[in-house]
Design a protein around this ligand. Structure first.
Ligand SMILES: Cc1cc2nc3c(=O)[nH]c(=O)nc-3n(C[C@H](O)[C@H](O)[C@H](O)COP(=O)(O)O)c2cc1C
Length: 220
């Protein structure tokens, strides 16, 4: 896939440009952790706009009472400098209450093709009807907005499954306004990321600590 290749353009010595093409695999085989960190965040950034990208889906883990609970969410936005990842959810969903109770969560990404696992640890917050939620809503498609039109909260019992409308396309302004009230954004500020790269020449693992800006190699 094209996005899995990067090209470096070097300045001319005296006869034109030299174009060097390397694969993402080559990038992650280097030992420069700053560069690897940058490329990992580039991958996350690119995954926002590509539903086929493996990092488009994240698995976020919260604490439900004393039990861990994990679920898939879509990666909606990335702020690289701030080390923030954003997800959308229904404000009434159980994960919101869990995050409010215990904002320290973890989030996992896995790229099957590159064989890269990212484990992110950080602090999360839930945003409803503020500028972050506004931004998320404005950048959402109608099909995504429809998910928030349900009158009943996520997880509530459905007595008549035959009434579930799978082909709903028309929605009134009132319903959309109602949906907007249910819409929320989870902001996850990553303070540590654990990178694992499985490779036939030897697996690699490193930890990126964004609080201390300390990056170090770890035993697999
Ligand atoms: C591919 C995929 C993408 C999903 N994306 C989201 C999402 O972006 N936001 C969300 O709240 N739930 C999403 N879900 C549903 C959640 O995994 C989960 O079932 C639901 O949010 C209820 O979670 P909770 O009971 O832990 O709050 C997705 C599920 C799948 C399979």
């Amino acid at each position: 896939m094209l996005y899995r290749f990067c090209a470096a353009f070097f300045s001319p010595f005296n006869s034109g440009y030299f174009i060097f093409i390397c694969t993402m695999e080559d990038v992650f085989l280097q030992t420069d952790l700053k560069r690897i960190n940058k490329d990992l965040w580039d991958l996350l950034n690119k995954a926002v706009g590509s539903f086929r990208a493996p990092f488009h889906q994240a698995f976020i883990a919260t604490i439900n009472g004393i039990l861990p609970e994990v679920r898939t969410v879509v990666l909606r936005r990335v702020l690289t400098e701030e080390k923030q990842l954003f997800f959308h959810t229904d404000i009434r969903s159980p994960k919101v209450a869990q995050i409010r109770e215990q904002p320290e969560i973890s989030c996992l990404f896995y790229d099957l093709e590159l064989r890269i696992q990212l484990r992110c640890y950080g602090l999360s917050s839930v945003h409803q009807q503020d500028s972050l939620a506004e931004w998320g809503w404005e950048h959402s498609r109608l099909s995504s907005r429809l998910c928030y039109t349900n009158q009943e909260p996520p997880g509530s019992i459905v007595e008549k499954p035959e009434l579930i409308d799978l082909n709903r396309k028309q929605v009134s302004d009132d319903e959309l306004e109602n949906a907007r009230q249910h819409f929320s954004v989870i902001c996850f500020r990553v303070y540590r990321m654990d990178w694992l790269y499985l490779h036939h020449t030897g697996h690699r693992r490193a930890e990126f600590d964004y609080r201390s800006n300390h990056f170090r190699w770890k035993q697999v």
